[in-house]
Design a protein around this ligand. Sequence first.
Ligand code: AMP
Length: 618
Amino acid sequence: MSQTDKSEIIKFDSLELSNPVMQAINDVGYETPSPIQSQMIPHMLAGADVIGQAQTGTGKTAAFALPILSKIDTKIKAPQVLVIAPTRELAIQVAEAFQKYARHIKGFHVLPIYGGQEYGTQLRQLKRGPQVIVGTPGRVMDHMRKRSLKLDSLTCLVLDEADEMLRMGFIDDVEWILEQTPPTRQIALFSATMPREISRIAKRYLNKPIEVSIKDKTATADTIHQRYWMVSGTHKLDALTRILEGETFEGIIIFVRTKTATTELAEKLQARGYSAAAINGDMAQSAREQTIEKLKRGRVDILIATDVAARGLDVERISHVINYDIPYDTESYIHRIGRTGRAGREGHAILFVAPRERRMFSAIERATKKKIERMELPSAQVLNDKRIDKFRQQISDVLAEDDLAMFRDILEQFQQEKNIPALEIAAALAKIAQGDNPLLVKDKPMKRAEFSEPRPSRSDRGQSSRNTRSRSPKHEKPPEEGMARFRIEVGHQHQVMPGNIVGAIANEAGLDSKHIGRINIFDDYSTVDLPDEMPKEIFQHLQKVRVSGQQIKIARLSGQEKQEKQQDRPEKRSRRPSKESVTSEDHDAPKKKKKLTSKEKKGKLKKAKKKLQTKSDD
Ligand code: AMP
C-alpha cells in the first residue's frame, strides 16, 4: 500500500491523540492526517525513537507536535521537550505551531529561543517554566552552559531539519546538546535527506528507531500543461483573481488545505462575481454530490476543495486545477492535477509556491518528471485586452438578440434635441452601464516575485569557496546588484566552513539565509556578500559574533561612501586592517556620540533587523 493510501483510511480520531489536541485540529480544519502524521503519531505516542525522512510541507511539524502535546504534563513547570531547529525562522514557526495546537491545553507554554534575541528577555521567559523549548543550536547551548536552561526533566528531544543543521555547520553543537540530555529521553529526528553524518548520529543516539520515509512517487501527466506562480509581493487572493481573469477556462478546481479555507475562499470568489462553491469532508455526501452535479452542468464553474473531498472526481469540463495551497506530498499533487486533462482533453495545472515550499516544489518536479513552467501574473495589458473583447462581445450580443426599438426612439429624440453625435451618447451610456467598476485596470506593475531559483546549496557554496582559495579577492566576481561584499576575520586556518558563516549571520542578523550571497574563504579571512543596505545596528551587532571561535569583526569591502555615512564618522579613517581596500569598522576609535543605554541599543537593533528583513524581502 502506498503512503497516501494509508492516509486514506486513517482518520485523526483513530490516532489516540488527547481531547484538547483533537479540538485544536478541528479548529484549524485539518481533515485527515498527512502520510507522515498517520505513520509517525502512533510511534511518537508510544514513546519510541523515530526518524522521519520528510521535507517541509509534508505536515512534519504536526507529526511531532500533536503527539508531544497529547502527552505533555502541564503541572511540571520545566522543559519537558526541546526542539532544535536550524534557523530562527523555523524555530519561531515551530513554536507558533505548538501554540496553535495547544490552544485548548491550560497552563501550557512554549518558548522559542534563538540567536540575535536579547538574553534578558529569554532569561525572564525561561524562568516562567515553559514545557516546550524550540531553539537554534547556538543559543540553546549558551543557555545550557549558563544553566538558565536545565534539561533534567526532558522527556523528548526533536531534531528538526537535521540535514539543514549539518549544512549550516551546527552538527557538533547538536551532538553536544544530545550528550547533555537524560539518556531516557525519546528522540525524534526529522531530515529531508539522510547524509552519512546524520545516519551516524541516528545510529549513535537513537534507540531502535522507527523509520518513516515519505518518498516521491513517479508519475507523468501528459496532456496537462503545468505552471507555477511564485508567491511573493502580491496577495494570494489577488493573484488568484488575476489568473482567473487572464485564463480562458471552463471548470476549475482550486485545492486548499483546510475545510475552513474551502468555504472562505468560495465566499471571497463569489463576492468577486465568480460562480464558486466549496466542497469538503464536513459536507454530507448528498450535498457534495449536488455541488459536483452543478459543476458538471456548468451552474458552478469553480470548486474549492480539500484533497479528500475531490478524491476520484471525474468531471470532463475541468480545464484547470489550481493548487492554491501546495499539497503535502508529491502523490497528492499528481492526484490533484489528474482532475483535469480528462478524456484526452488538454488540461492546465497551476501551482502556488511560497519561498519556503521550494523543496516540495522540486520534489514535485522530480516526481512528475516534467519541468513546471514559471508563470507571471497576467499584465494589465492582457487583462484589458480581454475586458475590451468581452465588452465588444456584449454589445454584439445585445445588438443581435434584443429588441432595441424603444431605446432607439428615446435616443433619437435626445440626439436631435441636444445635437450630440451618436458616438458620444453611446460612450455616456457605456459609462452608465459600467457603473463604479472601471472597465480597465491601471497598469500598476505587479511586483515580480524573485523565485529563489535553486541557488547553489550551502554545501555548493562551500565547494566554490574552497576552489577560490588561492585567488585574490580582486579577481572574484563582483557582488550581485543590491549586495555588497564584506570581509570577516575567520578563514581556513580556523577550520571555518561556509555553513558556519551562513548559520551565524542568518541567526544573528535576523536575515533569511537566502539573502546571504557568495562566500569565499581564504586562509585567514573570508568574504561574504550581504544586502547592501545593512543598517548600522546590525553591522555593529555582527562585529561581536563569533564563528569557529573567532570574532568576525565584519568590515565592508565595497560601497565605502555608504558605509562611512552609515557609520556617521566625523573624519576619514586612516587605519585599515588589511592591504585590500577594506572599509574597516574601527572598534577602537573613540566614540564621539552620546552613549546609548543598553535598552536603547536593544530597541535600535530590533528595529534595524526588521528593516533589513523587509528590505531583503522586497
Ligand atoms: P510542515 O510540513 O510542518 O511545514 O506543514 C506544512 C503545512 O501543512 C502547514 O501550513 C500546516 O498547517 C499544514 N498541515 C499540517 N498538517 C495538516 C493536515 N493534516 N491537513 C491539512 N494541513 C496540514
